[in-house]
Design a protein around this ligand. Sequence first.
Ligand code: GLU
Length: 306
Amino acid sequence: MLDETIIPIGRFAPSPTGPLHFGSLLAAVGSYCLARKDGGRWLLRIEDLDTPRVVAGAADEIMRTLESLALFWDGEVVWQSRRTERYAAVLARLDEKGLVFGCACSRKEILASAPHAGEEGPVYPGTCRGGLAPGRRARAWRLRVPSSQVCLTDGVFGPVNQCLADEVGDFVLRRADGLFAYQLAVVVDDADAGVTQVVRGQDLLSSTPRQIYLQECLNFPHPHYIHLPLAMAADGQKICKRHGAVAVVDDDGGDLLWQVLRFLGQAVPGVLRGAPPAEVLDWGVRHFDLAAVPKRSRVLDPLRGN
Ligand code: GLU
């Protein structure tokens, strides 16, 4: 009998900025196998909050691709674009606690006065933290961050420590264009859906301390984080949509899933290479070994399946 209290709730949260690509498929397959392995649920959330980047029809295409690969999700799809009232309510709650402040700075001003650039760009210099200068108007809303360390243990990368004040600075929760920021939405969505296991690309590892700190501010539980190595294109860039989409898969879905599992260090047998997607995936669910996932991002070699 499975213990309901420890059954993981995983999720896949693609941004519909184009068709699914090999890089996002790594997150889909990894999160699916790890959730299903322990009899857990696997949810789908379409991160269509950043409307200027959304491509019409991409969400539908992503869903059809997932289905063609036998990656079937549980329950209703969550659309971030339909949840702005909820994000606004959470922002108001943080504001009541005195944790947010309005910021008048433009990008240019921040760049000019940032003490140094962190991994994610210039560290916010704290200009509006103590209130807006006379005549200035709030454009964005930021969260005050502490100077203590935020610590987590990632399922692949192990211990991670980050001092938000030094490495990121007070970060944006609502952007100058009025849109809610990814960091706020992801924390609210994962908590509301009861997500206990977040599996995604390593490019988001440096965002995780921000998300953990936000969870602390909101008394939300912390999910377990597992970041996967990235697939790089031959030019050394992270694989993204412009390097080749997966799109809807007809006959080679099993081969693609086989390559994904191999890329993630899994010893999927060669005989499964041409098998139907459901069979390859079933192997992944039964055998997925987190300890075998390599830490290093690598160039994708589709012929060797890495
Ligand atoms: N929407 C993000 C992406 O497509 C993933 C966010 C997450 O998994 O937290 O890269």
